[in-house]
Design a binder for this molecule. Sequence first.
Ligand code: NAP
Length: 360
Amino acid sequence: MRKYIISHREGIDGLVLQDDAAIPELRGPTDIKIRIKYLSLNARDLQIVSNDYPAPHDVPQDCVPVSDGCGIVEAVGEEVTLFKVGDKVAPVFPQGHHYEEDLALRTLKRGLGGAIDGVAADYFVCDQEDAVHIPSNFDCLQGSTLPVGFTTAWSSLFSHHPRLQAGQTVLCLGTGGVSLCAAQIALSAGARVILTSSSQTKLDKVSKLLKEQLPPRAPQNAIQTIDYSKIDDWDVEARKLNGGKGVDIVIEIAGRATLARSIRSTKQGGLVAISGYMSDYKPIPDHLIQEDLAKVILYSAANVRGVFVCNREDFKTAVSALEMGGVKPIIDKVFKFEDLKEAYRYMEAGRHIGKVCIEL
Ligand SMILES: NC(=O)c1ccc[n+]([C@@H]2O[C@H](COP(=O)([O-])OP(=O)(O)OC[C@H]3O[C@@H](n4cnc5c(N)ncnc54)[C@H](OP(=O)(O)O)[C@@H]3O)[C@@H](O)[C@H]2O)c1
């Protein structure tokens, strides 16, 4: 079978395609063998190949890259009860993360495509407890966007307290994978969203795509946008767009350059759900680095919480909610498997909105 390996971690050229790898066999009676059909990329995949991933574990030599994939069950062990041959499934990114509220180190050490082999291969074998059915109205391309982007978005909105309620407002930073997944979940749950981006073109495109999925009688202001390349005080603008009040939840993926403003955008008792730190890749002005976050948090009285994907039970609930809400993932571009490096480069350039996928 074909598979990629990470031969070195000095950049995207470390990805090497092999076409004579052995097809993995079931290792035990509860294993399933998945014929992988599509992959999707996350910022983590780039961080791993460029040695920028601050994981508390080693990345094994020749690890198979990419955490997110979807495919069709091709074989099942004799004790498998959850899946049958032909089912469309996605492996869970942190294998073994089934019920606990937060990710434990032992399951982080079983993260696909970084701690253990990922899914950039024709076949993937895992225990039945380490995969989920995708929504029945998703194809495998759409299913490939689930394991990290949608689970992190779900977790930010629903896995911890305070949780999103209908009628509330969610501020989503940027137009990448996690933020757009969160915007889609929030809208389908009856919330309003405010999206920020460095590009008005991206905002126009995203607004149009999101509006197509809105219920027919949704209000005009269900989707609002801020171009943060033009509006420096986007926290003030976010409050203005939210009727002068702080928002209920912020999907905080940018880190040091944005955190203080994210907190100031939030109402007292609201939630700033931090899952990423994209601003680390560009120079950050000194005044932002020097800001006293303790005081910002104290005077805002917001909850500031780290979020790491979600467990398998929550993943299944998210799948059900996406199915019921008729949510369709926003997919920017689909590359061929042999062009995986190009897909990484496209993502690195930051030109995408939503998800970048690969067809096997
Ligand atoms: N904790 C977890 O479980 C978890 C899970 C998934 C991802 N993450 C982290 O979350 C972050 C996003 O991941 P992703 O896969 O969604 O990445 P992605 O698809 O590459 O999206 C990145 C987005 O970040 C935005 N961005 C960059 N700098 C920004 C800034 N200063 N202010 C606002 N937005 C900014 C960009 O938006 P514009 O181009 O529109 O400006 C870009 O679209 C990464 O740091 C990743 O490591 C964490």
